[in-house]
Ligand binder design. Structure first.
Ligand code: TMP
Length: 204
């Protein structure tokens, strides 16, 4: 894959607060006159957003869920991510394939090897240049989520589920120290912002 732009992904357990920092990163990059495409998973395309609706609200077998995540991702890469990177833009995605390892393998016990096969099929040559992992204790994320009125299927999961997926994220981060930056999401919002922007500056 020809790739001229850079690919930044945001990850973390639900309630870690990553989404509120995406806007800051976009503004920072735009202030440096860098073209940015903001996107998210599951979703990012017309088809992907329809699949998102099913994935977040319909109960289904975890393997079906994994396949639909990758179906949405395949379309997302073809329609949005690859063209933007080839145009030299920075792509900032709220989640990508690490979320499938965390949620479907860590959370729901889908075989790791099956997810690896799908990753190899759908994007053998695409990896994020920087992944920001918003990390915080699960009790705090659950407390934050409890303030939301409407919770989706994943947000309603149990504490052990979130602990399992947090551990998978931390393992992936340890195995990929060059790509990953762990952000302590359990500190003042200004400090979180400072750490996020610092990490982005390091890949410019
Ligand atoms: P969001 O709430 O961060 O927008 O993400 C949507 C939900 O989808 C979130 O609970 C995590 C879940 N998800 C997976 O389970 N597997 C995946 O591969 C992705 C991208 C998201």
């Amino acid at each position: 894959m020809i790739k001229k732009g850079k690919f930044i992904t945001f990850e973390g357990i639900d309630g870690a607060g990553k989404s509120s920092h995406i806007e800051e990163v976009i503004s920072f990059l735009e202030s440096k006159k860098i073209g940015v495409k903001r996107t998210r998973e599951p979703g990012g395309t017309r088809l992907g957003e329809k699949l998102r609706d099913l994935l977040l609200h319909d109960e289904m077998d975890p393997e079906t869920e994994t396949l639909l995540m990758f179906a949405a991702r395949c379309q997302h890469i073809a329609e949005v991510i690859r063209p933007a990177l080839n145009d030299g833009m920075f792509v900032v995605s709220d989640r990508f394939t690490d979320a499938t390892y965390a949620y479907q393998y860590g959370g729901k016990n889908v075989a790791y090897s099956k997810i690896e096969i799908l990753e190899q099929w759908v994007h053998p040559d695409l990896k994020a240049d920087l992944t920001l992992l918003f990390d915080l204790p699960v009790e705090i994320s659950i407390e934050r989520l409890s303030k939301n009125k409407i919770l989706d299927k994943f947000e309603k999961e149990s504490e052990p589920f979130f602990n399992r997926l947090r551990n998978v994220y931390l393992d992936i981060a340890r195995q990929n120290p060059n790509r990953y930056k762990i952000i302590n999401a359990n500190q003042a919002i200004e400090s979180v912002s400072r750490d996020v922007i610092e990490a982005v500056k390091n890949i410019l």
